[in-house]
Design a protein around this ligand. Structure first.
Ligand code: GLN
Length: 481
């Protein structure tokens, strides 16, 4: 871990408590890092210094009075640009929302701030979170800080790059089909998708509502847990948020993992996987064995249909969610002679190519005559994929797979081939369709220095088990700072 990334949640707390520096100074340090590195990385879009310094001063006042600090006091964080922030421009990486400033905060943002976090600004992402490389942003691609000729992954590429480059201690991303885990893997940091319902999506600008989730990026598994424990919980503003009691992740995380049964599904080690990635994941599984886990070979027969299923369900939901961007209520309006022309011109100019492609695919899948053949069938297969997991978790405690079949690819390498881009999600969409929690943790680097991510899935609401295994693996692997 390079010196640039040395700040963690406990390190911030220790420095603030020991009066080594103030929250204001720490905030200034992160803004100067952004100023230095962001012109090359393009990871961060709007900045919110006024709000950040006001929050830092609040924390410094608590320190001056020797009051107890909240759990994320002074921790500089960045927020993916599909998550609403009061008074801070929120574009979704799209021209159609170029000048949109939300009048309210997403619940996750509000919770972070109440826990003392300092919100530095918004991170770049694929337009409306559609993509696997961050090249679909209307505000330019993000570069991977590990190798700047490579993509950071997507769609939460800006959040992953910002944390990996030390521009924020933690960040929020969203995961619909892999958008937290895959960029986490490409940039070499832990990145977690919580169970569907664990974190409120109030204020998240929807892509595919039955799949979208908010989750953390951090430089350690403990820090990811620290952020998750702040943002999770039932919210009356989000009817899909679940009323499950929170568990103490920190206590659970330290429990021994000896005897844990880890499922290794053969379907996740098939064709199209980079041999070096395979070797790293196999070494990772070996390491898990050494620390007391028992690998169990699994079969999850519906895995092969996951990409097709995901791209029907996600595009269908997107076509309906994105209907609201019509030039009437928010964002861009291109004036024209008639209302119909105004809709057409606004949407034609406001959306990028991938978003248009998804709207068309989704509208087609939902249209009468095709609904049964595509959407209804996809819903049925989704149930079968979820059942593969339910059956697997009768035999094992967790499932271990690669996060992505390859390491970070070069900028421009896949932009002309949407199918090749969609295949980047082959190991992540299954967990998305099943609603279960998953984390990507660093699992070494290939010979050209590119990070490999190992994915751990657990049963619904078993975040503590996922974090426990991820933390033990991180420790054994020497990633603990
Ligand atoms: N890459 C996938 C897609 O393009 C996943 C995106 C996401 O999780 N938001 O749909």
């Amino acid at each position: 871990m390079s010196a640039a990334n040395a700040w963690t949640v406990p390190a911030v707390r220790e420095a603030l408590e020991a009066k080594k520096l103030s929250a204001r100074e720490l905030t200034a340090e992160f803004y100067s890092r952004i100023e230095r590195k962001n012109p090359e990385l393009n990871a961060v879009l709007a900045l919110s210094p006024e709000r950040a310094y006001a929050q830092a001063d609040r924390i410094d006042k608590l320190r001056a009075r020797n009051e107890k600090l909240p759990p994320l006091a002074g921790v500089p964080v960045a927020i993916k640009d599909v998550i609403s922030t009061r008074g801070i421009r929120t574009t979704c990486g799209s021209r159609i929302l170029e000048n949109y400033v939300p009048p309210y905060d997403a619940t996750a943002v509000e919770k972070l701030e109440s826990a003392g976090a300092v919100i530095l600004g918004k991170t770049n992402c694929d337009e409306f979170a559609m993509g696997s490389s961050n090249e679909n942003s209307a505000y330019g691609p993000v570069r991977n800080p590990v190798a700047t000729d490579r993509v950071p992954g997507g769609s939460s590429g800006g959040s992953a790059a910002a944390v990996a480059a030390g521009l924020a201690v933690a960040a929020l991303g969203t995961d619909t089909g892999g958008s937290i885990r895959q960029p986490g893997a490409f940039c070499g940091i832990p990145a977690m998708m919580p169970t569907y319902g664990r974190v409120s999506r109030y204020g998240l600008i929807a892509f595919a509502s039955s799949l979208d989730r908010i989750g953390p990026f951090a430089t350690t598994v403990r820090d990811a847990a620290a952020v998750l424990s702040v943002i999770e919980g039932h919210d009356t503003n989000d009817s899909t948020s679940a009323a499950v009691p929170a568990s103490d992740y920190f206590e659970e995380m330290e429990k021994p993992i000896r005897g844990m049964r880890i499922g290794i599904p053969v379907e996740y080690f098939g064709e199209g996987m980079d041999p070096e990635v395979r070797a790293k994941i196999e070494a990772g599984i070996e390491l898990m064995k050494q620390i007391g886990c028992q690998p169990v070979e699994l079969r999850m027969p519906h895995t092969e249909y996951a990409i097709a299923t995901y791209y029907i369900v996600a595009t269908a939901e997107a076509s309906s969610n994105l209907a609201r961007f019509d030039g009437v209520r928010y964002g861009l309006r291109v004036h024209a002679g008639s209302l119909r022309e105004m809709y057409k011109k606004t949407r034609g100019r406001g959306f990028g190519a991938e978003v248009k492609r998804r709207i068309m695919l989704g509208t087609y899948a939902l249209s009468s005559g095709y609904y049964d053949a595509y959407y209804l069938r996809a819903q049925k297969v989704r149930t079968l994929i979820a059942r593969d997991f339910i059956l697997a978790f009768e035999k094992v405690d967790a499932i271990v797979t690669p996060t992505s079949p390859t390491t970070a690819f070069r900028l421009g390498e896949r932009t002309m081939n949407p199918l090749a881009m969609y295949l980047a999600d082959i190991y992540t969409v299954t967990g998305s369709l099943a609603g279960i929690p998953g984390i990507s943790v660093p699992c070494g680097t290939t010979s050209d220095g590119l990070p490999v991510g190992l994915q751990i899935f657990g049963p619904r609401f078993a975040e503590s088990r996922v974090l426990q295994l991820a933390h033990a693996f991180e420790k054994a692997n020497g990633f603990l700072i």
